[in-house]
Design a protein around this ligand. Structure first.
Ligand SMILES: [Zn+2]
Length: 214
């Protein structure tokens, strides 16, 4: 368990250094071999988490050790619905969140402007807003699971899951990097789109890649 705790801490530091985990925001978890979930503690800056601070939960949400945040509900929902999920990252990436605030009617991050969105993820949808601390935080993810591994949580943050911690962490970086490029393009002038035939070709390539986030 110490190895997994240390891997979670490296992901926290990576995302903190990229401005995606302000104050005590966000949480990172992984599924252990025995099925239990190891997750960062509530109310602690993710830049300073230590292995002994980690909380341990059953997949049903029973606390075995430590103090998980109410946001662990989102992590549990992913593990319950996605057999392949071995790691979940929840962060507050600024550009991704800003898209949900500025364009509340968008169903997904514009994907026809950048090949990287289609090739790396297929699409990056927005999950509905849910009030912090409520069971709705888990429920709003359901329409997108298990198909989507990258989600923007409207007016709140983003969630990425993967078959290991690296996939989940890289997915979060991909999501925010794409949101930032699109924001810059929109600010400079306006978004422009790839030709429809190119979008279709990229979608075919994505099908061959499989479900992993790149
Ligand atoms: Zn959050």
């Amino acid at each position: 368990m110490l190895n997994q705790a240390q891997s979670i801490i490296s992901v926290c530091q990576r995302l903190y250094n990229k401005n995606m985990l302000a104050a005590a925001d966000g949480n990172v978890s992984c599924r252990l071999a025995d099925g239990n979930i190891l997750i960062t503690p509530s109310g602690v800056s993710k830049a300073n988490v230590k292995p002994e601070d980690m909380a341990l939960l059953t997949i049903e949400g029973e606390v075995i050790k430590g103090k998980p945040s109410s946001e662990s509900l989102m992590h549990l929902q992913v593990y319950q619905k996605c057999d392949q999920a071995k790691a979940v990252v929840h962060a507050h990436p600024p550009h991704a969140i800003a898209w949900s605030v500025a364009f509340p009617d968008l169903k997904e991050l514009p994907s026809t402007c950048l090949s990287e969105v289609i090739l790396a993820a297929g699409s990056i949808p927005f999950a509905d807003y849910a009030r912090p601390g409520t069971a709705d935080m888990g429920k709003v993810l359901l329409p997108h699971l298990p198909d989507c591994r990258l989600l923007i949580l409207s007016r709140h943050g983003a969630l990425s899951w993967g078959e290991d911690l690296n996939e989940a962490a890289m997915g979060m970086e991909r999501l925010e990097h794409s949101a930032q490029i699109l924001y810059l393009a929109q600010s400079m002038q306006q978004l422009t789109h790839l030709p429809q035939s190119e979008v279709e070709a990229l979608k075919q390539m994505r099908k061959k890649i499989g479900p992993r986030t790149l």
